[in-house]
Design a protein around this ligand. Structure first.
Ligand code: HAM
Length: 418
């Protein structure tokens, strides 16, 4: 029986692979402009890292992790998100003793055992940014502006930024009490998962998409009414800076995010075009995580974007992606001498960085020329005995239909002045 790719995973090849490459290069360029450099961390980490980092009451830890024992009986987990690994690396390599802030980005394949649907995969790719060493609202706005700029450079217009503040532990303690009271009054209406969440992590209920819960959530008290003065000031500074740099946003007090580490500012960029899984980017501040992992007390803020969702949004805004890179030249042949000379010329041109293609299927001349046309060759030439002996050939300009005579040495020297 044919073995297929596991559910929730996919293969990427052309033309999509070109779209991926162009998105990745936009991401890298914009990140570098913001002074953010790349970090690469392992695909798997000790499971404990995620239990402690992401939070034991989250869906990710409870239901979605790919956890396995290795041959040395260690419990390891394929990363379900990027932040915990980067925090670990930040502490392990004492990056905090370097010039601060530390600004890092990653493009990671990431794994969650979720029910696959459009925009929800079991293996997916996150572009993430983590900035350590600053607790200021300026840093929140900088990180949000980086995400915004990447989306702009990708040409995405139909995307809305929503922000909220989850306050600090003091704000949250008072809010949790009020929220619990409200949830308790409606406990029978909540779905079974939320009835469990109610006790351990009531904030999580606000994230529930079940219809029965939605009604209760709509009437829930707003966290913004419970912020301490400091948290309120922090949140309004973030808004002032965003306004000042012309980044449009709306405030959505229902945004709580699916991970436990957030403090103060949280945000999401949501596409209006790609259905239920419309959040293309999510992030926020997490001021306690580094310290909780045994590092110094430093502020931190970051986000991650799902590249598969970005692609859905790009296709929905701009249409299906079509791209085949043009080849500079096709060099075909007739006969044994022509074959050897054409292969040498192809190799010489490739060494010079010219996209040359030859025939490797033993096609007829007619089929070779058809192939040259199909691959979008700009020039084509066929080498036979005569061309090899006279060291000269007729080069056809495939677009113009014109032909020019040229010595074979000249092709590599003058035809492509790169
Ligand atoms: P998250 O909201 O869990 O946050 O994921 C971030 C983004 O990853 C989502 O907005 C979505 O675009 C994408 N994503 C998540 N799950 C899937 C999936 N199953 N299939 C496809 N795409 C998905 C985090 O992971 C945090 N670590 C973000 C962060 C970084 N916060 C601070 N720093």
């Amino acid at each position: 029986m044919l073995v297929k790719a596991p559910r929730g995973t996919r293969d990427i090849f052309k033309p999509d692979s070109y779209l991926w490459q162009s998105i990745e290069s936009t991401i890298r360029e914009v990140s570098e402009t913001f002074g953010v450099s790349e970090i690469r961390t392992p695909i798997f980490e000790h499971s404990e890292l995620f239990l402690r980092g992401v939070g034991e009451t989250t869906d990710i830890v409870n239901k979605e992790m790919y956890t396995f024992e290795d041959k040395g009986n260690r419990s390891l987990t394929l990363r379900p998100e990027g932040t915990a690994g980067v925090v670990r690396a930040f502490i392990e390599h004492k990056l905090y003793s370097d010039i601060q802030p530390t600004k890092l980005y990653y493009i990671n394949n990431t794994f969650r055992y979720e029910r696959p649907q459009a925009g929800r995969m079991r293996e997916f790719t996150q572009y993430g940014v983590e900035v350590f060493g600053s607790g200021t609202p300026i840093c929140d706005a900088e990180v949000i502006s980086l995400a915004y700029e990447v989306l702009q450079k990708l040409g995405l217009k139909n995307i809305e930024l929503k922000i909220n503040s989850l306050g600090n532990s003091e704000s949250r303690k008072v809010y949790n009490e009020s929220l619990k009271k409200h949830l308790n009054e409606n406990i029978d209406t909540l779905c079974t998962s939320c009835q469990k969440r109610y006790d351990k992590n009531p904030l999580r209920v606000l994230d529930c998409k079940e219809d029965s819960c939605k009604e209760v959530i709509d009437k829930a008290p707003s966290i913004l009414d419970f912020l301490t003065d400091e948290c309120k000031n922090h949140f309004s500074s973030v808004q002032n800076i965003l306004n000042n740099i012309d980044i449009p946003f709306t405030i959505d007090p229902k945004i709580v995010r699916g991970l436990d580490y957030y403090t103060r500012t949280v945000f999401e960029f949501v596409s209006k075009d790609i259905g239920a899984q419309g959040t293309v980017c999510g992030g926020g501040r997490y001021d306690n995580l580094v310290e909780n992992f045994g590092g110094p007390k430093v502020g931190a803020v970051g986000f991650a974007m799902g590249i598969e969702r970005l692609i859905l949004a790009i296709i929905s805004e701009k249409g299906e992606y079509k791209y085949t890179p043009k080849k500079d030249i096709f060099i075909g042949y007739i006969g044994e001498k022509g074959l050897l000379r054409s292969q040498k010329l192809v190799f010489d041109l490739r060494k010079k960085g010219i996209l040359a293609e030859g025939d490797t299927l033993g096609r007829s001349v007619k089929s070779q020329l058809k192939y040259a046309d199909k691959i979008g060759a700009i020039y084509s030439v066929i080498l036979g005995d005569e061309e090899v002996e006279t060291n000269t050939a007729s080069i056809k300009d495939m677009q113009e239909g014109t032909v020019m005579k040229m010595s074979l040495d000249e092709i590599s020297k003058n035809l492509f002045l790169k």
